[in-house]
Design a protein around this ligand. Structure first.
Ligand SMILES: NC(=O)c1ccc[n+]([C@@H]2O[C@H](COP(=O)([O-])OP(=O)(O)OC[C@H]3O[C@@H](n4cnc5c(N)ncnc54)[C@H](OP(=O)(O)O)[C@@H]3O)[C@@H](O)[C@H]2O)c1
Length: 316
């Protein structure tokens, strides 16, 4: 603890199971909030923490009786909302320009990969097969982004900047220049019907769990590709395999899975039409993420509504 910090200063606990990871947040968070006492959770007595920043599993936080709020170091907070012992606490999800940019880069990479049929060329390479196959230009490729929130909106804008014909789907109506927007369950079918490449950037809620299923795949144009960078719980894995094998889908990029790490014997590892990545689409950056946490804590202390405050009723 720095000697300049007042003894009665609010206490922020870093709740990350991996000690090395927790320690790596100490310096950036202390720099961003020099007036707070900031320690790793396990170094504090249970009555000390006023606020917690959390990453990954949040089991154990219920033992800290004076906690007033949890700030998530990730954008997805479904695992925090699912903890029945923490329902009394406000949760703030991460909004970090680094996280957003990283996700957009990853979505661009995967979209271009399917647009230019790379999984097919990789399969051909494995067989030493020289066979030309051509793709339309980006304006003739329709991409649909499910979820036009912080991440989906930025990805959609950058996909449109590359020249793709982009549409977005969300709960409430949004107007985004150059992007056709679809709103609510009733507009899902027409949105899907014009999505050659579908990107899932929805939060995992009771409404969106299992949304990437056989019914949805059947509504996409034949030969469409699916990119899931949101949560494994969005996808019905068996339905994806059937849709790929029937040719209804031509490929998929999956960054998130029902079970992580993906078990070594999982069929996705060796499926020729599936690109597997180990939940690396994007990460919160410590410098910019710490500034977001600092502003959220300042707002909470001042009794103001922080940006990123989760609506527990909506589930995101
Ligand atoms: N793979 C990774 O590395 C990684 C990294 C970060 C985040 N993520 C995932 O990405 C997700 C999205 O993040 P975000 O920051 O963009 O979330 P967000 O800002 O909360 O945006 C969520 C979007 O989904 C829409 N939505 C929610 N429920 C819906 C429903 N039932 N029907 C239609 N649209 C619905 C929302 O609609 P409204 O606009 O109408 O509210 C909003 O546009 C996170 O929850 C997390 O799971 C993954």
């Amino acid at each position: 603890m720095s000697p300049k910090i007042a003894p009665a200063a609010p206490v922020l606990a870093i709740a990350i199971a991996l000690r090395r990871e927790a320690d790596s947040w100490l310096a950036p968070l202390r720099t961003a909030m020099p007036d707070l006492r900031i320690e790793v959770l396990e170094d504090l007595p249970p009555t000390a923490p006023d606020y917690a920043v959390a990453w990954g599993s949040v089991t154990g936080l219920e033992k800290y009786p004076n906690l007033k709020a949890i700030v998530s170091l990730g954008a997805g907070i479904d695992h925090i909302l699912a903890n029945p012992a923490l329902t009394h606490l406000p949760v703030i999800r991460m909004i970090d320009p680094g996280l957003t940019r990283g996700m957009t880069e990853f979505v661009l990479l995967q979209a271009l990969l399917h647009h230019r049929r790379m999984p097919l060329f990789q399969a051909q390479q494995a067989k030493r097969e020289w066979r030309e196959r051509f793709s339309p230009l980006a304006p003739n490729r329709r991409i649909g982004v499910m979820g036009m929130g912080v991440l989906g909106r930025d990805a959609a804008k950058q996909l449109a900047a590359v020249g793709f014909n982009v549409a977005g789907w969300s709960r409430a109506a949004h107007r985004v220049k150059g992007i056709e927007t679809f709103t609510g369950a009733e507009s899902l079918a027409p949105f899907l019907a014009r999505s050659d490449i579908l990107v899932c950037l929805l939060p995992l809620t009771p409404e969106t769990r299992g949304i990437l299923n056989a019914d949805l795949f059947a509504r996409l144009p034949k030969g469409a590709s699916v990119i899931n960078v949101a949560r494994g719980g969005h996808l019905v894995e068996a339905d994806l395999v059937v849709a790929l094998e029937s040719g209804q889908l031509s490929g998929a990029s999956l960054d998130v899975f029902a079970t992580e790490p993906l078990p070594a014997d999982h069929p996705f590892w060796s499926h020729p039409k599936i690109v597997v990545t180990p939940h690396v689409a994007s990460l919160t950056h410590r410098d910019t993420g710490s500034l977001f946490v600092a502003q959220a804590i300042r707002d909470l202390i001042a009794g103001k509504k922080p940006k990123g405050l989760v609506d527990r009723r909506r589930g995101y």
